[in-house]
Design a binder for this molecule. Structure first.
Ligand code: AMP
Length: 191
């Protein structure tokens, strides 16, 4: 299996690139943000629980993430591998993911970060707000999401560096150009 984590701040292009990667390498794309938004739209018990947290730009509690991931892994038991997009976002989630994969005799194959600076992120997210109207793309909430990323998610870089699984790539440029760079790195790691 090839278990790939696309890592980066909000607005770094993870969603766009993840879809392309999943398609090219025949992997299952798991976006925890998409899963939450679907649940909010459907007003499911999970959606009702997480709605106000997401609208504030805070992180959903780790315990809920394990449930969602366990569910997704079970649903796709025959998958060739996964592209994780927006997960893990805390050290605890990364440890939980390791444990979940280990139970299946699997592990994280590669973590690739899209590097984009704060100013560019702010610009991109404000533009996305106009197009998609996401409730968590207001200026105030964006600032909080960047802060949450810097304090709670960035420590994962060292976590995966220690495991020699971390690589990064410039997230500025055209979609296809960045995709080509990502594919080159994946091709060096995929069996
Ligand atoms: P995203 O679409 O990945 O930016 O996620 C949108 C929002 O969903 C985030 O700002 C969080 O509130 C929540 N969320 C998504 N993934 C996670 C995660 N792995 N851990 C905690 N909260 C998450």
């Amino acid at each position: 299996m090839f278990n790939f984590i696309l890592f980066g701040p909000p607005g770094s292009g993870k969603g766009t690139q993840s879809v392309k990667i999943a398609e090219k390498y025949n992997l299952v794309h798991i976006s925890t943000g998409d899963i939450f938004r679907k649940n909010i739209r459907e007003k499911s018990p999970l959606g009702i629980k997480v709605q106000s947290i997401i609208e504030k730009g805070e992180l959903v509690p780790d315990s809920l993430l394990i449930e969602i991931l366990e569910d997704a892994l079970q649903q796709h038991a025959k998958a060739k591998g996964f592209v994780f997009d927006g997960f893990p976002r805390t050290i605890q989630q990364a440890k939980d993911l390791d444990a979940m994969l280990a139970r299946r005799k699997e592990s994280v194959s590669l973590v690739l970060a899209l590097e984009v600076g704060d100013d560019e992120i702010l610009k991109r997210l404000l533009k996305r707000a106009e197009i998609e109207g996401r409730k968590d793309d207001t200026k105030e909430v964006i600032a909080n999401r960047i802060e949450v990323y810097n304090t709670q998610t960035q420590p994962l870089i060292n976590f995966y560096k220690d495991k020699k699984k971390f690589q990064s790539i410039d997230g500025l440029g055209g979609i296809d150009q960045i995709f080509t760079g990502i594919c080159k790195l994946i091709d060096q790691h995929i069996k």
